[in-house]
Design a protein around this ligand. Structure first.
Ligand code: CP
Length: 317
């Protein structure tokens, strides 16, 4: 494979930075990589000799593992550093941590951090490509890319006019923000639904519909994307109790009947079963939740490969 000459970024920080052409390059590259994942020998030599550091200052299962697997499939050497096992807990600054990682001859950093803007800051102080694996409530670009990739698999490559409803804790969600940017750039219609305290009208300024009536929000959806309540980012109570949230906005069998027959159910994970989504729906034939997880590998292979190519780290194979 040869990286597209139209890709000139060393970093992936946020979807809002990307043009439609760049999104299409990522999807096309991910498609090529996905076709290699079923082979008996899954490894490609593209990032041979490249050292990738996975720096995660917040918990993660899917994102960290998918990046590790993606980098390994591309033959990179991967080292994972958890925030609570690094010298950050001894008072070292993020800047010093990054400069030390660079001094240790790492070539790329993938970072998750609780502060919005942390990945951008890192990209400005190091020469290494920086991939944002989630920064506070700001952005989770590879999640939005794998979500869009999954929607394209289910509905075809043109998402123009498709309706996606994002339901849950929008206010504190980096996944929602990145998905809004991504889906709008791809021509889809986005509806945000949930309690008014978690889905304020201000989001309409991003060109989306805000709907606090669940039946209405689900009626025209081709896909409904559930989000969990993000207690770790909430500083005050936004609804009386989890039980009340579930009784008003949890997706259960009765409410799923309000969806169109072919509508699919998505969730970035982790799922709080029985809270935002009933277990039988999460495991039903309508659910593409595990497809999303699998697609995270090919999408992250594409992002690593493209950003590495800008710094001439990757070999064109
Ligand atoms: N979707 C997502 O970011 O999951 P993790 O927190 O497990 O990485």
């Amino acid at each position: 494979m040869t990286p597209s000459p139209a890709w000139t970024r060393k970093d992936l920080i946020a979807i809002e930075d990307l043009s439609r052409e760049e999104l299409d390059i990522i999807f096309a590259t991910a498609e090529s990589f996905k076709s290699t994942l079923g082979r008996s020998v899954k490894k490609l030599p593209s990032l041979r000799g490249v050292t990738v550091v996975n720096l995660f200052m917040e918990p993660s299962t899917r994102t960290r593992l998918a990046f590790e697997i993606a980098a390994t499939r591309l033959s990179a050497d991967v080292i994972s550093v958890m925030g609570d096992a690094s010298s950050l807990v001894k008072g070292e600054t993020l800047r010093d941590t990054a400069l030390n990682i660079q001094a240790l001859s790492a070539d790329m950093i993938i970072m998750r951090h609780s502060a919005a803007g942390a990945a951008k800051y890192l990209s400005e102080i190091t020469d290494m490509p920086v991939i944002n694996a989630g920064d506070g409530a700001h952005a989770h670009p590879t999640q939005a890319l794998l979500d869009a990739y999954t929607l394209r698999e289910k509905f075809g490559p043109d998402l123009t006019g498709k309706h996606v409803t994002i339901l849950g804790d929008i206010l504190f969600s980096r996944v929602a923000r990145s998905n809004i940017w991504c889906l709008k750039k791809l021509g889809a219609h986005v509806t945000l639904a949930g309690p008014s305290t978690l889905v304020p009208r201000e989001f309409e300024n991003l060109g989306v519909r805000v709907c606090h009536d669940l039946k209405q929000a689900l009626a025209d959806a081709d896909a409904v994307m559930l989000l969990r309540i993000q207690h770790e980012r909430q500083t005050s109570t936004h609804f009386p109790s989890l039980g009340e949230y579930t009784s008003m906005f949890g997706l259960n069998k009765r409410r799923a009947a309000w969806l169109k027959p072919n509508a699919i159910i998505m969730h970035p994970g982790p799922i709080n079963r029985g809270v935002e989504l009933d277990s039988d729906l999460a495991d039903s034939s309508r659910s593409v939740i595990l497809d999303q997880v699998t697609n995270g590998i090919a999408v992250r292979m594409a992002v690593l490969y493209l950003c590495a190519s800008t710094k001439s780290l990757s070999t064109a194979q």
